[in-house]
Design a protein. Structure first.
Length: 377
């Protein structure tokens, strides 16, 4: 789920991919611009915002707007929220750890680990590598762009009937296999959530454990990310949390619906993780400082391909290199899922990080808060 999201028709759950790169910005000790960007987002229609920054001055948080439009309760700096495609960085980290352990090669074909899974309508897992899944050069169709999937899970009538459905990774991949590839493997770039559903399935094939178990054991527990969980089919958010809102429509007009409760299996390893802003900053700082990957694997993760149509972004292995308005580079990922739009990023040295969440998906751009933090005062 890519692009900057606003759960609007076709790719809206867009566990967004997008935007972040390397360099060392001066710490924004006052965070005045960040506060203003958060307030501006709320003034523009986002129900509520929560953000946390970590830099050499310490940890700082700000909130604006409401976490519940019915009661008027404010957002909290400690809110848990669905992070959408930020999940992809966790998944890629586990696969790179497995490569470092010699348990697989990123140049293995998908078919080696998932024989016969990528087949039909011109799809061939014997021609697609694990690396191409992680950097979105596989050409495999994005299942969240399927018209039927959009009607069933993103638009009002379908979502309200099917929000608690359980979908397996095999279900999601089979949906993608009904479509021809977008291009031959390795010849172009296109964001596809199917790639990361398959990546999660590869983790299971290599280790004998679910990708959720491996992320928990290898990333969440060592970093003590106490607010981060891989929920599986659990439909609720841990406390504290705010409500999440969506228009569930192809336009940004009309009523906003409470979409907080849903079965996140529709996102699977492409975007089901729940976390907090504090945990996300800790995760990206640890990753870029080399605490989770050996130097070779971190270099592979940061080896990028261009993102067509976006000269300021490039995509690595579950990690986005973004150049901000002031020329600063940060590394991280965006994430969007029903009622939730997020960005998390850090400088390449891991000294300065930010994570921000909007609890509405139809308006606003969390990237403006990111830019304010790293380029403002």
């Amino acid at each position: 789920m890519f692009v900057r999201t606003a759960l609007v028709a076709a790719t809206a759950v867009a566990l967004s991919a997008a935007l972040l790169a390397p360099a060392a910005a001066a710490p924004a000790a006052g965070h005045r611009a960040t506060r203003e960007a958060v307030r501006t987002a709320v003034a523009a229609g986002v129900p509520g915002v929560t953000a946390t920054a970590r830099d050499p001055h310490g940890t700082w948080s700000t909130t604006a707007g409401v976490g519940d439009t019915r009661t008027g309760a404010p957002r909290s700096a400690f809110d848990h929220y669905r992070v959408g495609s930020i999940t992809k960085t966790f998944v890629a980290t586990v696969l790179l750890q497995l490569e470092a352990e010699g348990r697989l090669s990123l140049d293995d074909t998908v078919d080696r680990w998932l024989p016969g899974v990528v087949r039909g309508h011109g799809n061939d897992g014997r021609r697609v590598t694990v690396r191409q899944l992680l950097d979105h050069t596989s050409g495999i169709y994005n299942y969240t762009s399927d018209d039927g999937f959009v009607r069933t899970y993103f638009l009002k009538d379908g979502f309200l009937r099917h929000r608690y459905d359980t979908l397996t990774p095999a279900d999601l991949v089979a949906l993608a296999m009904r479509h021809a590839p977008d291009f031959a493997p390795g010849t172009d770039w296109s964001y596809s959530n199917t790639n990361y559903v398959l990546a999660g399935m590869v983790i299971n094939a290599v280790t004998g454990h679910s990708y959720a178990e491996e992320i928990t054991r290898r990333v969440i527990e060592p970093l003590r990310l106490t607010g981060t969980v891989v929920p599986g089919t659990r439909t609720t958010l841990p406390s504290p949390s705010s409500r999440a809102y969506s228009k569930l429509a192809e336009t940004a007009t009309g009523p906003a619906y409470d979409v907080t409760a849903l079965n996140p299996s529709l996102a699977s390893s492409a975007g089901e993780i729940i976390s907090t802003s504090a945990d996300l900053t800790r995760f990206y700082q640890a990753l870029l400082r080399g605490r989770l990957l050996p130097a070779h694997q971190l270099k592979e993760m940061k080896t990028t391909v261009p993102v067509p149509g976006d000269p300021h972004s490039a995509y690595g292995l579950g990690l986005i290199d973004r150049t901000l308005s002031c020329g600063v580079h940060v590394w991280g990922h965006d994430g969007g899922i029903h009622g939730s739009s997020s960005t998390a990023a850090t400088t390449a040295d891991g000294r300065h990080a930010l994570a921000v969440n909007f609890n509405g998906d139809w308006t606003g751009d969390p990237g403006t808060v990111l830019d304010a933090e790293f380029c403002g005062d």
